[in-house]
Design a protein. Sequence first.
Length: 222
Amino acid sequence: MSLPLMIFAAGKGTRMAPLTDTVPKPLIPVAGRTLLDRALDLGRAAGVGPVVVNIHHLGHQVRDHIGAQAAISDETDLLLDTGGGLRKALPLLGAGPVITMNPDVIWTGPNPIRALLAGWREDMDALLMLVPIARTHGRQGGGDFSLGPDNHLIRKGDLVYGGAQIIRPDRLEEIPETVFSLNLLWDRLIAEGRAFGLIHAGAWCDVGRPDCIPLAEELLGG
């Protein structure tokens, strides 16, 4: 099964300052390869397509870097957050379920996109890739979720959302706000028993701050 991929590259990168004063966070290198390229690599290896990348802060740099590898959803004038950003990109992604990915993380172990595709079922509206907090690096704060029977998603717990998921975006049209987080849609799907979780078998590193870069490079083996 192949699905379209949306990579969220439009954030301001505030936590990564001062590196993001001149370079957008997705183009910061970790072990010699940019975060965005690493996300694209995972998508390519999983056979996804088409691929869409949204842009905002220093977006021209991301656009130039991407070239013909992906379509661009331009949020230069207004940053829309994850929910609004995904909704704006839907004409480029097509109908049906969509994979979304945050590029500012490092994964080890199985390809998370491949695992999501293998775990996806037609009775799901969302399938989130989760990491036990003990296997995270650079994480500040506690967990996000736990899992109930049949891996139904439950708010609060020691599982961290890893920044990769498959989601049906149809119901984004029900949300009146222009700028909003996908958390609004998740809450509706959780309440209806339509959101599920999958636990990543490897390790994971948040690369949202400068001090996380050496942690990620150590995780990758230098």
